[in-house]
Design a protein around this ligand. Sequence first.
Ligand code: FAD
Ligand code: A2P
Length: 273
Amino acid sequence: MPLSDSATAPAKSVTLPDAQTVTAVRHWTDQLFSFRVTRPRTLRFRSGEFVMIGLMDDRGKPLLRAYSIASPTWDEELEFYSIKVPDGPLTSRLQHIQPGDQIILRPKPVGTLVHDALLPGKRLWFLATGTGLAPFASLMREPETYEKYEEVYMLHTCRGVAELAYGKELVDKLRDDPLVGEMARDKLRYYPTTTREPSPHMGRITDNLNSGKIFNYYDIAPMNPRDDRAMVCGSMAFNIDVKEVLEGFGLREGANSDPKEYVVEKAFVGDGI
Ligand code: FAD
Ligand code: A2P
């Protein structure tokens, strides 16, 4: 797919550095896919950050949306993990990209799900629903994550089993990764759950934290502000409810300019809250 719908029309609003080439696409379900693109040579980002990516619309204007970078900082390419919204202005088209196509990528990474926004701690919790896994797909592959923490917990919840596939494969591969495999085998504890289809682990993240189920499962002390740090990425409703749970354990919300015990990012906007 060229940047413009008309293959001959010049991409007027796109300066050359903002066009990147798709190198791989993988469809996980009829609602989820991941893809890789070339990385601008000058792009530096912190693991957990997001950028604006998109396509040209029918009128030749860039149609951009926020996307977490799912690949680690050391990767030569950039990876993204995406929803397919049937009527979504961007993803109704983005879901059809093929290797060789071009997308727009604004190389200005930002975001709060970064190590710098947390005070030092012992245990790090990644709490995600749906495509909220994306920033943690980066952070789980980052050596810094394991250098900074003794234990790393990845809790990912979806409605059904198929939606967990991208995360499961990523964690499986991670354990054999030459760079972080040994640290991940030692420190990463992956706890995927479903809420609407039977699977080995069930239940909402909020319920599994509130009930103590997760702490019992790993035979660890409940969360406390001295040891625990958390990063949260899901729907607005999820983020609001998780914040309440974390505050209940005594953790405080931090930011880049004011590191504390937990940080939150929206996985998407527009679910009515
Ligand atoms: P939109 O008009 O943007 O959305 C239409 C509706 O679809 C929304 O109102 C919402 O109800 C629903 N929706 C949108 N995105 C999602 C989603 N990810 N999961 C569930 N429902 C959704 N999306 C990703 O797929 N991967 C990412 O890594 C990602 N990172 C983001 C980071 C940030 C900081 C923000 C704010 C959003 C992120 N999004 C991500 C959402 C993304 O920006 C777009 O909303 C999404 O690509 C759909 O675009 P659209 O134009 O097709 O539909
Ligand atoms: P549930 O099936 O019990 O609603 P969604 O697809 O609606 O964004 O939800 C993705 C996952 O996040 C589902 O497993 C859903 O559980 C869970 N979830 C949705 N809202 C919340 C919330 N407020 N607190 C905890 N988990 C939530």
